[in-house]
Ligand binder design. Structure first.
Ligand code: TNX
Length: 524
């Protein structure tokens, strides 16, 4: 620690001494106060100069917590991907350092939440302060958004990428900011899921929820019940070949998300949306009709038998295996649209499943219908269609995740000319997805009951990354801001100008976003 402080001290002295030889710094295109950051930070103060990022820049991090060093490596890798520069992390001895980025573990009382960060950008140094590596990770997303694609081309022998100077203090509005991907209606490969996670992380999402089972397919290997994948994974909407994740692949996705400080939430939807499971093991079926593979898009026709003990032993195995490979605190048990389950059976079922989820050390999340049951306050209701059930859940002490379909369902079409998507919750143009306030959306729902927001992407009409991206982007970017930034910063005119400037990033990531006519997209 002492050596590190000394090295840093000498680095800073050298920075001062080297000042006179500095090459001329031209101002960057933007000033910090007008930089197109999404989500918009709480507080930004511009100092109208710039840090010149170049090949001699080094990254240092606090080393007491190894996760800080990993954040430094992540930053180095993303800079390499964007600019081709190879910046060392904690490698140099600190001598002759001209420019440094320091990712610092700080115990400042101003850092109030685990994801809070401060970013101080001066001519020769950038400091990212955070209490936790998660906070540091959010901070470096802001830094990534400030790095221009183009260097200062007047200095061809020594290019500098100019980052506007100043100070940012930032923290999220909600501790839960999620995106759901339905990998059941159509299967998405590990690489496709990772690409989605990457883009979500750039906009400071901290949760990825995977909808792993539905009538049309079962997508995760369960070693004690092999037919779930031998039989249940082979279908998808429209008759494609389906697919599933082995437990090793699932763990790989979990780790990929964790490396981006994102929690993965697995969902097994039940007692409805369960045709693929019952097709694999017919004793589960409670709707009394013969089972057939299902590749259509209807909902509400399947159910598990809520009266059979064997159904609960099966679920104990399934939930146990998934919980064992899921480090996050949550297990999502679905619970939506169980139209052919009798009400009393439904309530009995949800209450039993909640106990099984808890036995395996997780908190249960369920779609808003679960609020009919008598649940433990540690469980969480996810609002999608009935505000009154969110209020009921809150009255019983449960926290609520807001996913109102008419705002956050990015599987809805944008407008009458856009491709893909459904329309049952209405058309959702980019401004409609953005123009709402999660804190006041449900009248009578106390602010303290809101855990956060989530944007679901159901996949009846999409089956690959290009189609996924078309529906998700740009709407998911606006929802990121609603989950993070104070309501007073969320104004459409200001947001839409910043959104227009995401083009270089979206192009660099080869994102097939919908070029909504509401946005004056930047020409590259
Ligand atoms: C409703 S939202 C569903 C899904 C569909 C979606 C399509 C919810 C909890 N259930 O099963 O895929 O609509 O928009």
């Amino acid at each position: 620690m002492i050596t590190r402080t000394l090295l840093l001290f000498s680095a800073i002295i050298c920075l001062a001494a080297c000042q006179s030889e500095k090459k001329e710094i031209l101002y960057p295109k933007t000033d910090l106060a007008t930089a197109p950051l999404i989500p918009k930070p709480i507080k930004t103060v511009a100092t109208h100069s710039a840090f010149g990022l170049d090949s001699t820049t080094v990254i240092f991090t606090s080393t007491q917590d190894p996760a800080f060093e990993k954040v430094g490596q992540f930053l180095s890798e993303t800079i390499k991907g964007k600019l081709g520069l190879d910046l060392a992390v904690n490698a140099s001895n600190g001598e002759n350092v001209e420019r440094l980025i320091y990712i610092n573990q700080s115990d400042s009382v101003d850092l109030e939440t685990p994801e809070s960060y401060q970013l101080y950008i001066k001519k020769d140094s950038i400091f990212v302060n955070a209490k936790t590596a998660a906070g540091a990770f959010r901070g470096i997303q802001t830094l990534r958004q400030l790095i221009p694609e183009k260097s200062n081309d007047t200095l061809t022998d020594h290019p500098l990428w100019l980052i506007p100077s100043g100070k940012i203090e930032d923290a999220p509005k909600f501790g839960y900011r999620g995106a759901m991907l339905d990998v059941a209606r159509h299967f998405f490969t590990v690489e496709e899921v990772k690409k989605y996670i990457d883009i979500l992380a750039y906009y400071k999402y901290n949760t990825i929820h995977l909808h792993l089972s539905d009538d049309q397919g079962w997508r995760i290997e369960i070693k004690s019940w092999p037919k779930l994948t031998e039989v249940g994974s082979k279908t998808e909407v429209g008759g494609g070949e389906g697919g599933f994740y082995t437990q090793e692949e699932y763990k790989d996705i979990v780790q990929y998300a964790a490396d981006r400080h994102m929690t993965l939430i697995p969902e097994i939807d039940m007692p409805g949306h369960s045709n693929a499971a019952s097709l694999s093991y017919p004793f589960l079926n409670g709707n009394g009709k013969p089972l057939k593979p299902y590749t259509g898009t209807r909902v509400g026709f399947s159910t598990f038998d809520a009266q059979k003990d064997t159904v609960y032993s099966f679920l104990d195995d399934v939930i146990g295996e998934i919980a064992a490979i899921t480090p996050g605190p949550y297990f999502h048990a679905g619970g939506d649209e169980s139209h052919v389950t009798k009400k009393k059976d439904y309530i009995h079922f949800v209450e039993k499943v909640e106990k099984i989820v808890q036995k395996h050390g997780k908190q249960m999340i369920g779609w808003n219908e679960i609020a009919q049951a008598n649940l433990d306050p540690s469980s969480i209701a996810q609002l999608w269609n009935e505000s009154h059930s969110a209020i009921k859940a809150a009255e019983n002490g449960l926290k609520v995740i807001l996913s109102p379909a008419e705002k956050t369902y990015v599987d809805m079409k944008y407008d009458s000319i856009s491709e893909y998507g459904l329309t049952w919750a209405g058309l959702i143009p980019v401004d409609v997805a953005y123009n709402w306030n999660p804190e006041t959306y449900v009248e009578g729902l106390p602010r303290e009951s809101i855990l956060g927001i989530e944007t679901p992407l159901w996949s009846e009409t999409i089956s690959n990354s290009a189609e996924l991206e078309y529906l998700a982007f740009p709407r998911v970017i606006g929802i990121a801001e609603l989950g993070w930034s104070p309501a007073e910063h969320c104004t459409w005119e200001d947001y839409k100008a910043r959104l227009a400037q995401q083009v270089p990033y979206l192009n660099q990531m080869e994102v097939n976003y919908y070029p909504s006519p509401l946005i004056d997209w930047e020409k590259e």
